[in-house]
Design a protein around this ligand. Structure first.
Ligand SMILES: [Zn+2]
Ligand SMILES: [Zn+2]
Length: 376
């Protein structure tokens, strides 16, 4: 994998501001609108987005400096945020923009590249919003419906989003005759050309509000609202969901943006997740290790399940509880729960226990091969 600093063309001591500037430069140069059908440009653009996502985050940058790609879950074997479905190579351009749009301002891309006909002056579609939901392991097992509170631009109830004072309605723009675009002659020394631009008066909508609504600006008011999200079972940190039309509403009834909901899983007190599998460690008494037995083990759902301990188990051995892990995102099966056994050496024994153990020691079998090479 490429060095992230190299991708952005900055040195390792670059300040946050220098990194931001560098990313901006690369992103503008290799923006897909500017390089249509250029796969190489797209790759560079995505790599830059990925590099920026790490280097702009103080914690991730530290981890990257210390451990390289593996430190931020970008290595090949890790299930981190690259392999977990949230990596930028899997994200669409829109997703990258919704995440990084902030540093460019909402419509710089639009004005530079004429993306979809939005000029810098053009009336705005609603901005995409981003939210993060924290999930408990037991919620991930079953899937869950969550209510998120977000602050977004809503349609003004007075004018119903039109931006025009009640009783009046927007009139056709005189400048462009309702087309939303105007033609402009540009004459240079040799060439004469016609340039089409977004109409500066109506900003592309073709309509002009003659009497604006007093309660809002362009039909929008800010409100905190609740959105319900149905989260499927089996998701993991870095996965996200795009809820179409749940972002900011657009000016003067232009289309709404989307809400992108990112998932973050809890740091469970004793379970560790690896994809669809769960790991935990269980201490068992020395007698159970020798004789075998049955151990009650917590499950990710919050219940308990019996785990059979075979006689003669050793510390470090791993027992598998099938289908007690997370459901796989695609498919009906579940992962496993893996229990690493640790045998507890008894301490603080009373007189009776000591004498029993002494008796046992006298009858004990010798360890056949007690010494082993340690491989460092
Ligand atoms: Zn209004
Ligand atoms: Zn106009």
């Amino acid at each position: 994998m490429k060095d992230l600093y190299e991708v952005l063309g900055v040195d390792k001591n670059a300040t946050a501001d220098e990194i931001k500037k560098a990313y901006r430069k690369v992103a503008l140069k290799y923006h897909p609108d500017k390089n249509p059908d250029d796969k190489d440009a797209e790759v560079i653009f995505k790599e830059a987005a990925e590099a920026y996502s790490v280097l702009s985050d103080k914690r991730k940058r530290q981890q990257y400096d210390q451990f390289g790609h593996a430190g931020v879950g970008m290595g090949d074997q890790t299930q981190g945020y690259s392999g977990g479905g949230g990596g930028y190579h899997h994200m669409s351009m829109d997703d990258i923009f919704s995440q990084f749009g902030d540093i460019f301002g909402n419509d710089i891309f639009g004005s530079f590249f004429g993306g979809g006909g939005h000029g810098s002056q053009s009336i705005r579609r609603g901005k995409d919003l981003r939210a993060t939901v924290e999930l408990k392991y037991k919620e991930i097992v079953t899937g869950v419906e969550k209510t998120i509170r977000i602050n977004r631009l809503e349609h003004c109830p007075t004018c119903r989003g039109s931006g025009a004072s009640p009783g009046t309605s927007p009139t056709t723009c005189q400048q462009c005759g309702g087309a939303g675009r105007v033609r402009q002659m540009s004459q240079s020394f040799i060439f004469q050309s016609v340039v089409e631009k977004v109409c500066p008066i109506c900003r592309g909508s073709g309509k002009v509000i003659t009497k604006p609504c007093k309660d809002c600006h362009m039909g929008l008011v800010r409100k905190t609202i609740s959105v319900k999200v149905k989260i499927p079972a089996g998701v993991e940190s870095g996965n996200y969901m795009r809820l179409n039309g749940q972002g900011n509403k657009g000016e003067s009834n232009q289309p709404a943006g989307d809400l992108v909901v990112f998932f973050e899983e809890e740091d469970h007190p004793y379970f560790t997740r690896d994809g669809e599998h769960l790991f935990l460690e269980a201490m068992i008494p020395f007698s159970m290790a020798a004789l075998g037995g049955s151990l009650e083990v917590p499950t990710v759902e919050g219940g308990k399940a019996n785990l059979k301990i075979p006689p003669g188990i050793q510390s470090g051995q791993i027992l598998r509880m099938r289908n007690k892990g997370f459901p796989r995102l695609r498919g009906l099966s579940r992962g496993d729960q893996l229990v690493r056994i640790q045998v507890e050496t008894p301490t603080g024994m009373n007189r009776k226990q000591k004498s029993l153990l002494k008796e046992m020691a006298e009858n004990e079998n010798k360890i056949k091969n007690p010494f082993k090479k340690i491989r460092l």
